[in-house]
Design a protein around this ligand. Structure first.
Ligand SMILES: *Cc1c(COP(=O)(O)O)cnc(C)c1O
Length: 362
């Protein structure tokens, strides 16, 4: 059945080995692998759980953690919830996450109550915002950071595991020695003021890994959280390929359902498309147009690269994608399969769509 997402587990293993080598062996950091980009795919989760260098398995969705928490714990990995918990889901968080990222004391107190009911100690990592302006207590509000830590330390069933920053997500701010050094500074201040040791000072996601090879990772950053770099081999700070990784770990395949010669310009008054956008068309004369049975409900058209370089994606709607195959050497016909390499957005959506079948290369 198509559309199909082909997941190459051998290539993913190679990428895991490569990022583990950089992060752990060279960088001296603990290694957290983030599974959300492949929607916690069971084949990938198994690779991660079995990887000797992985310390944490993380996801932004508690349902994804639930799918592999048992296996992860059995293999000695801690499970970690990346997205700040909803107050609505604290009981699931306590059940399936050993650690969670937090920034709101009121929610941390609810986690404490729930952990007490379950007879557990839940670990939390306090998020610090260094300027990317997504989650975390703003780094300049040091009193707020210290007050929050002081309150957390009073909670009997919560343990402060560390602090963390997230960058290059909302504000697209690139991690550097100077901003990450501020995180280390805050960690040392917390340790001194409260006479505690923070086990984790987490210096970001796949946009931070490049600092290790440049020798610019500040001393004291001791964890990285890697999703895209492990899945697709991308250094997301400067969009380069990490050494030893491959990018074509996942391939989307879709079937041609119509192939006809038509003009390149629609006929009639132009309104808005199915998504409320005013389209732009270029007159290329009569074209050979293929329609494949995959669309915006399954993937992100801007995040797909045809494996056949002579195929061009024209656009699409919820269930259809239109390809220009006019200049292809291959004679496409109805029923043929067209393959695409995926970027992060395409991988995320195809892995999440219930309409896309998954298949492994082992
Ligand atoms: C998604 C996420 C990550 C992983 O990001 P990548 O860029 O895929 O490595 C790390 N930390 C947090 C908080 C996240 O939400």
């Amino acid at each position: 059945m198509f559309p199909k997402l082909i997941i190459d587990l051998k290539k993913l293993q190679k990428n895991l080995d490569a990022v583990a080598e950089i992060t752990k062996s060279r960088g001296g950091c603990s290694l957290m692998i983030v599974t959300k980009g492949l929607c916690a795919d069971p084949g990938f989760a198994e690779l991660v759980a079995n990887h000797p260098k992985v310390d944490y398995m993380a996801d932004s969705r508690v349902q994804n953690l639930a799918s592999y928490a048992g296996m992860a714990r059995e293999k000695g990995k801690k499970t970690l919830l990346l997205r700040i918990p909803m107050q609505d889901e604290v009981s699931e968080v306590i059940k399936f996450a050993d650690v969670s990222f937090n920034s709101e004391l009121c929610t941390i107190k609810l986690l404490n109550e729930e952990a007490e009911k379950a007879g557990k100690t839940h670990e939390i990592v306090l998020m610090i915002d260094l300027g990317d302006l997504r989650e975390g207590i703003f780094f300049e509000n040091e009193d707020q950071i210290m007050d929050t830590v002081s309150e957390i330390l009073k909670l009997k069933n919560i343990r402060l595991h560390g602090i963390a920053v997230n960058l290059t997500c909302y504000g697209a701010i690139i991690p550097k020695n100077d901003n990450l050094s501020k995180l280390v500074e805050i960690a040392r201040k917390i340790e001194e003021k409260f006479d505690i040791k923070l086990e984790m000072v987490s210096g970001g996601n796949s946009s931070s890994i490049y600092l290790i090879d440049k020798g610019e990772m500040p001393e004291g950053i001791n964890n990285l959280r890697l999703g895209e770099s492990a899945l697709l081999g991308n250094d997301t700070a400067y969009e380069t390929d990490l050494p030893g990784t491959v990018g074509d770990t996942v391939v989307l395949q879709a079937q041609i359902v119509e192939l006809k010669e038509k003009p390149s310009l629609p006929i009639g008054e132009v309104g808005v498309d199915a998504f409320g956008q005013k389209p732009f068309y270029e007159d290329r004369g009569i074209m050979k147009r293929a329609i494949i049975a995959v669309g915006k409900q399954d993937t992100d058209l801007d995040s797909m690269t045809p494996v056949d370089p002579q195929v061009e994606i024209m656009g699409g709607s919820s269930d259809h994608t239109i390809l220009d195959v006019t200049h292809c050497d291959k004679e496409y016909k109805v029923g043929d399969i067209v393959s695409f390499e995926l970027g992060y957005g395409g991988m995320l959506k195809t892995a999440t769509s219930p309409y896309v079948k998954k298949e492994y290369i082992k």
